[in-house]
Design a protein around this ligand. Structure first.
Ligand SMILES: Nc1nc2c(ncn2[C@@H]2O[C@H](COP(=O)(O)OP(=O)(O)OP(=O)(O)O)[C@@H](O)[C@H]2O)c(=O)[nH]1
Ligand SMILES: [Mg+2]
Length: 442
């Protein structure tokens, strides 16, 4: 290409970039998501049907929320609870936007009920005290191992100086797989990602090693997206077209060391008194992703304990089972393996291997569930969805493992675990986030 042509093409790119930054919106969503009432309904139905595979012997998925003070951890539980209760709720105490100290001081495993008198969903959202930048303030990451391994009872009151020990009341000496954490979620405030302090980054890094070292899946929830992008604040359905949000997610990926595909932006219920379809779709799609990752963890437990995978019942009435079962060319079915893979590269949760390998596996309660070969997943109650949430048309802007107990739940053990995630790799469907900005609004 000659000099002139190169200049012209450079000018064209520059003018596209100018257009891009003036509208601040991509032409297409970089992560496809439908924003209609039907999507909301389907997500609700799928989550209502969720149950861990019966052969794993665990009644419900335990999803742990971790993050800085005041980022919206408790609000996320309230948001999910609101959706299934069919009105905005506030069961978990929530602070004011400027609180410096954690309002949540206890570890609470919240159940979600399908309607006021409906069945309890097969998941628990475990809320924790917020982290603080300073040492000996807020949640102490060195205590995370105890929580991950299921030693800490519900309602445990945190002490920033560290108070978990085998001698404390309620300490579970021999936790079962169902007592452990099956999926972890770092919660980040979108408006704080850019200025994440080194001390806090270090705490996240320490926690990430403990989590991934155990083979527990890790996701990141980015809250308060309404506060960082005006267009998204006005119309939440623009979240995956907002360049500001896209860049923040890429930045969070680098700072936290998780792939972009594991980062989920949401907006919690804050000032609203009625449900909103867009808020619900985003919060539910994040929860669905957490449950899929949880399933991957259980799949890996099955593989590592050599339980053998029991084929899903293809005629199942259970939506979750049906969705997880793909028909193959010859009419058979196989389990759709999800999300441990990042852009095709398999990242096996080798921590599970480490914990479950060896003779002790044979004597675990997880092993008992091998006798249960009946892979029937019972759907839980049905929810009246007729009048929930407001139906809106998207506004498109013109221009724009018993479980092997660890000998000690000690931080020393964690230090030896190698972190399998490379902190500098960002990918979005095989493309770098920067490459994706070529989808410019015409
Ligand atoms: N604008 C906006 N505000 C939010 C969002 N999520 C939470 N908040 C507000 O942020 C404040 C803190 O929310 P909490 O849910 O108490 O945060 P937390 O992480 O549980 O905080 P601690 O328990 O104190 O560590 C509250 O005033 C919420 O209303 C969000 O998505 N958008
Ligand atoms: Mg809280």
């Amino acid at each position: 290409m000659g000099n002139g042509a190169a200049k012209r093409s450079g000018a064209a790119i520059n003018s596209k970039l100018a257009l891009l930054s003036s509208s601040g919106l991509l032409k297409l969503q970089w992560r496809p998501l439908e924003w209609d009432e039907q999507t909301r309904y389907q997500l609700i139905e799928a989550i209502k049907c969720y149950a861990p595979l019966s052969q794993i012997g665990v009644p419900c998925a335990r999803i742990l929320l971790l993050g800085h003070v005041n980022v919206g951890k408790s609000s996320y539980f309230n948001t999910v609870n609101s959706i299934f209760r069919n009105h905005v709720t506030g069961q978990a105490p929530v602070g004011s936007p400027r609180d410096q100290r954690s309002v949540t001081t206890k570890m609470r495993g919240y159940q979600v009920r399908n309607g006021r008198e409906g069945k309890i969903l097969n998941l628990k959202i475990v809320d924790t005290m917020g982290l603080e930048e300073e040492r000996k303030k807020g949640f102490d990451p060195s205590e995370l191992s105890y929580i991950l391994d299921g030693h800490v009872p519900d309602n445990h009151k945190f002490d920033p100086a560290g108070n978990i020990s085998a001698e404390m009341p309620g300490y579970l000496k021999a936790p079962r797989l169902e007592d452990k954490i099956h999926c972890c979620v770092f919660v980040l405030d979108a408006s704080e990602i850019h200025n994440l302090k080194d001390n806090l980054s270090q705490k996240f890094s320490d926690m990430r090693l403990k989590i991934t070292g155990r083979g527990i899946p890790l996701l990141v929830l980015v809250t308060k997206i309404d506060r960082v992008c005006n267009q998204v604040g006005a119309d939440l359905s623009l979240v995956y077209r907002s360049i500001i949000i896209q860049n923040l997610i890429a930045e969070a990926s680098l700072k936290i060391g998780v792939p972009v595909s594991h980062i989920l932006p949401i907006k919690n219920y804050t000032h609203e008194i009625e449900l909103d379809t867009y808020v619900d779709v985003l919060a539910l799609s994040a929860l669905q992703q957490m449950l899929r990752f949880t399933d991957n963890y259980f799949d890996e437990c099955i593989v590592q304990t050599k339980l053998g995978y029991v084929q899903p019942d293809t005629s199942s009435n259970d939506l979750w089972t049906r969705q997880a079962t793909l028909r193959t060319a010859n009419g058979g079915s196989h389990q759709a393996k999800q999300a441990w893979t990042v852009s095709g590269s398999v990242a096996t949760p080798n921590g599970v291997l480490g914990r479950l390998g060896g003779p002790s596996v044979q004597s675990t309660p997880l092993g008992r569930s091998i006798f249960n070969q009946n892979n029937v997943v019972t759907p839980i109650g049905t929810m009246a969805t007729g009048d929930v949430g407001k139906k809106r048309e998207p506004q498109i802007l013109e221009e724009s493992v018993e479980d092997v107990q660890k000998d000690e739940p000690s931080p020393q053990v964690d230090k030896k675990i190698e972190d399998p995630i490379s902190p500098l790799k960002i990918e979005m469907n095989g493309e770098s986030p920067n490459q994706m900005t070529v989808q410019v609004a015409a």
